[in-house]
Design a protein around this ligand. Sequence first.
Ligand code: MF3
Ligand code: CO
Ligand code: CO
Length: 257
Amino acid sequence: MDIDIKTPQDLDKMRVAGRLAAEVLEMIGDYVQPGISTGELDRICHHHIIEKQKAIPAPLNYQGFPKSICTSVNHVICHGIPSDGKILKSGDIINIDITVIKDGFHGDTSKMFCVGDVPEHARRLIRITQECLYKAIKLVKPGITLGDIGNVIQQHGEANHYSIVREYCGHGIGRAFHEKPQVLHYGDPNTGMPVVEGMTFTIEPMLNAGSRHTRLSKKDGWTVTTKDRRLSAQWEHTLAVTRDGCEVLTLRSDESL
Ligand code: MF3
Ligand code: CO
Ligand code: CO
C-alpha cells in the first residue's frame, strides 16, 4: 500500500488516540523522580493505558518488544527497555515514548524529563531538540516536501553544534504503528515527497551531544545508544496535515504552539 490518506472519520479516531498518548505523558511526569525504576514507570503507564484509558500499549509485543513503553536514559537514544534494575538518579535525562492504540488507530509521542538537578549542558540539548521539533511542525502544510522538514531540523541542530541521528526517523501512522512515508530528520529543501492534506505522520528528532553514530545492543536487540556514550535527546509528536497547516494530535497541556 502507498500513503494512507485519512478521511475525516479516521481523523476523529486519530485525535482520540493522540490525546490518550499525550495524556499518559501528562500523567507520568510526577513519578519521574530520583529513586524510581524505569520498570516501575512502565507498570504505571501500562496500568493507566489498560485500566483507565481502555486502550492498548502498542509497543508491548511489537516485533517482540517486551514492555509497554520505551524509556531511554542519558546516552540511550531510543527504544530503551524499562527494567526494575534501572533506577533513576539526580542528573539523569530520560525520554519516555508512549504509543497507544484506541479504536484501531495509533497515537505516538515522546518527551524528555529531567531527574532532579540536571546540568545546563544537558538542559540545552533537550531545549534545542524540542526547538527542532517545533520549527518542523510550524513548517508543515500542503505543498512543502519531507526534505523541507528534515532540512529545518538538521540546520537548527547543527547550527547549535549537535549531530542528528540518521538511522531512525519519523513515520506515517494510523491503522499501523509505522506506515509510509519515512520522515527523515535531515535533508535538503524542495526534495522528497510532497506533503498533502490528510497525511498523518510523526516527527521525532534525535540529537546527540557528540557524534551522530549509533550502536544497537547485541544483548537485547533493541536498545540504541550513542557510539561515543555522550548524551542524546528526542521529542516526538503525531501530526495531521490540514488544508492550510497541521494539527498536533498529541499536544499536551504544558505546550502552546
Ligand atoms: N515509539 C517508537 C517510535 O516513535 C517506536 C517504538 S517501537 C518499540 O516510532 F517496539 F520499541 F516499542
Ligand atoms: Co514514532
Ligand atoms: Co514514539
